[in-house]
Design a protein around this ligand. Structure first.
Ligand SMILES: N[C@@H](CCC(=O)N[C@@H](CS)C(=O)NCC(=O)O)C(=O)O
Length: 192
């Protein structure tokens, strides 16, 4: 979802090739040739036919797309704005998304208690982000960035568990980001 939104925000031309995980299409020989780990997403860039390549980590893809579309997903010059964008992006990645993914895996292996401990950790971290939004309209200040993409997708996934009444800034931000054309259009990639 992060990659789909980033590609839309970038304005770069791209084509979606759906991989149906339920049908194990990620284990097909064609897909494994691109990513031997058998996981999505994969970005294939063959714009330079002399040097086509495949990228297999969602966050590496995000930063590659950001570099290909200067100024749209990451602040270009100001070192402090760049540092804050890294800070917020990695906060969402390591303190909110990672425990939530780990909780999901634990739930699937019937470890309900361990799973809920990690879910709670993730939700608590997400609930502290009011402080970011007191500083500006976006997670890393004045401009939309990869930090908002990371924040939006995990907020969308965990929205039923949030105490929205206590999160007025997050409520407004979530509503605003959800209305960006890139978000609606990007998520349409999953309508398969
Ligand atoms: N660290 C990788 C994780 C990729 C990943 O775990 N993808 C999941 C879907 S979110 C997947 O492809 N699962 C299919 C499988 O494991 O068979 C990334 O961020 O790209």
């Amino acid at each position: 979802m992060r990659v789909a939104i980033a590609l839309e925000e970038s304005g770069l031309p791209y084509e979606v090739v759906p991989i149906d995980l339920n049908r194990e299409e990620q284990r097909s020989p064609e897909f494994l040739a691109l990513n031997p780990m058998g996981r999505v997403p994969v970005l294939v860039d063959d714009a330079d036919s002399a040097r086509p390549f495949a990228l297999t980590q969602s966050n590496a893809i995000l930063f590659y797309v950001a570099e290909r579309a200067p100024g749209r997903l990451f602040p270009e010059k100001d070192p402090i704005s760049r540092a804050l964008t890294y800070e917020r992006f990695f906060f969402f990645l390591t303190d909110v998304i990672a425990p939530s993914h780990a909780a999901f895996q634990l739930r699937r292996s019937d470890q309900q208690h361990a799973s809920s401990v990690l879910d709670q950790r993730s939700i608590s971290a997400l609930s502290t982000t009011e402080r970011f939004l007191n500083e500006g309209p976006f997670m890393a200040g004045e401009h939309f960035s990869v930090a908002d993409i990371a924040a939006y997708t995990i907020t969308l996934a965990t929205r039923r568990h949030l105490d929205w009444v206590r999160l007025p800034q997050l409520t407004q931000w979530f509503d605003r980001i959800g209305k960006r054309p890139s978000v609606g259009q990007g998520l349409r990639a999953f309508d398969i």
